[in-house]
Each structure stands twice: as C-alpha cells, then as structure tokens.
Design a protein around this ligand. Structure first.
Ligand SMILES: NC(=O)c1ccc[n+]([C@@H]2O[C@H](COP(=O)([O-])OP(=O)(O)OC[C@H]3O[C@@H](n4cnc5c(N)ncnc54)[C@H](OP(=O)(O)O)[C@@H]3O)[C@@H](O)[C@H]2O)c1
Length: 221
C-alpha cells in the first residue's frame, strides 16, 4: 500500500472510511475534498503503483492507494467513479459490497447520449450488480471542477442525490455538505432516471458555450 506523507491534523469525529474506485478526474476531485474534510480516503485502483496514482496521492497529501478489493474491504463508504463501460467490471472486482454505502457517481453516457433510461437508470443497474449495497446516486450532475472547488460568489451549488435507504442518503448529504454543496435529497433510487439526464444537459450546456465552471442551484420561497 502506498501513502503520501501524512500531515498531523485533528481527527474528524464524523470521519468516514471512504474507498474511491477510479482515481481519475471525479475520483481525484472527491478524494481531495474528503481528505480536506479529514475523512480517511483510500483510492482503489487497477494499478495502485501507476505514476498517475502516485501523482494523485502526492497532490492529496493524506490518502492511501491499494487494489480495488482491499480498498473496499477496509471502507464503509465506496464511491464508484469509473466510466460507465467499466462500472460492472469495477463492481465485480470490488468483492462483497453488501451493507456498504455505494455512491454511484457514474453516468451511463456513450456517443449517442444515455445508454439507458426512462424505465431504469444506471444507478438501478449498479444496484443490481452490487446486491445488498446501499446505493446512492450522487455527484453525477456537475463537472469534476465544481466538485474540486464548490465556491461560487452567489450561493452554494446544489448536489442532487437519491437512493432507497434514507440513512445512506443522509450520510451522502453530509459528505456533499463537507465539500461545500447544498445537498438536495430527491428520494428513491429510481429518481436517478431524472438525475442522469440532468448530467446530459450539463454536458450539452458545457459544450455549447457555457464552459465547465457552472453548477445547478436551488431557489426556495
Ligand atoms: N468528468 C466529469 O466532470 C464527470 C462529472 C460527473 C460524473 N462523471 C462520471 O464519473 C465517471 C468517471 O469520470 P471521470 O471523468 O473521472 O473519468 P476518468 O478521468 O477517465 O477516470 C476514470 C477512472 O476509472 C478507472 N477505471 C476505468 N475502468 C475501470 C475498471 N474497469 N475498473 C476499475 N477502474 C477503472 C480509470 O483507471 P485507469 O487509470 O486504470 O484506467 C480512471 O482512474 C464517469 O462515469 C463519468 O460519466 C464525470
């Protein structure tokens, strides 16, 4: 297991042990925020010795990297941040996910848009691949740059999440708030059928002139 030099920081009484499968843009952004919030973060990678993973660990300062099954075994929360076409293989590599809080950050997008929807969603498919896991869809409706830096002059960005386990949703809401988001609990996992198309809208806006430095916000009265 690799570790970057650990800084001495006071413990977080609400600290969670989080495994992140996929040490890419989303995985790296979430890891950065959760390390800052003093959670215990372990990157689960196909090659934990790769230069890419070592570079990310160096940036994070206080995180570990190991194989996917080892990272998952030692964690209570698992964030899935792989491309959609690798999601099933990654879940299979993870081993037993029963009882774990599994945050599905993926989007089932391909060249032609969403690979599935309307009558199901990527998140519901993930739940089938990971029996017994408490799946929460989250962190899929905004770009990784916003996950890495949630500061906007005019308010907090909204983080829409859904899942069938209320406690799991609450825990993910806390993890989203730790990053600076305003969590928005959208209810059961089937609401991912709405959240995944939102990602397509975000991507389309980003590509047609909006750029990537924007987020959704919720207004109330
Ligand atoms: N990019 C965004 O702004 C954004 C925002 C919201 C949601 N998302 C969604 O989040 C997911 C990740 O996106 P990303 O932009 O972070 O992708 P990325 O930068 O390409 O990173 C993907 C990571 O997944 C790993 N991976 C790929 N296939 C795997 C497999 N079969 N098993 C284990 N690990 C595997 C890769 O590891 P290797 O180094 O081993 O290849 C890489 O570390 C996607 O589903 C995407 O739709 C992306």
């Amino acid at each position: 297991m690799f570790s970057a030099k650990r800084a001495v920081v006071p413990p977080n009484p609400l600290q969670k042990r989080i495994a992140i499968i996929g040490a890419g843009r989303v995985g790296g952004a979430l890891a950065g925020g959760w390390v800052k919030a003093r959670h215990s973060v372990t990157l689960g990678a196909r090659d934990p010795h790769s230069d890419k993973v070592k570079a990310l660990l160096h940036t994070l300062g206080a995180a570990l990297a190991t194989t996917i099954p080892k990272a998952v075994a030692q964690s209570e929360v698992v964030a899935l941040a792989t491309p959609w076409d690798g999601a099933r293989t990654a879940i299979e590599a993870a081993g037993d996910l029963a009882g774990k809080l599994l945050i599905d950050c993926t989007n089932p997008v391909g060249a032609g848009g969403l690979a599935l929807g309307h009558t199901t969603s990527g998140a519901e498919q993930v739940a089938q691949w990971a029996p017994g896991a408490r799946v929460v869809k989250a962190f899929n409706t905004i770009g990784f740059e916003v996950m890495a830096d949630t500061h906007f002059a005019n308010g907090k960005p909204a983080l829409f999440l859904c899942g069938d386990d209320g406690e799991a949703r609450q825990a993910v809401a806390g993890l989203a708030a730790d990053l600076g988001f305003e969590p928005v609990d959208c209810g059961p996992l089937r609401m991912a059928r709405c959240l995944e198309p939102m990602a397509v809208l975000w991507i389309s806006l980003a590509r047609t002139g909006m750029g990537r430095q924007f987020a959704w916000a919720l207004l109330r009265r």
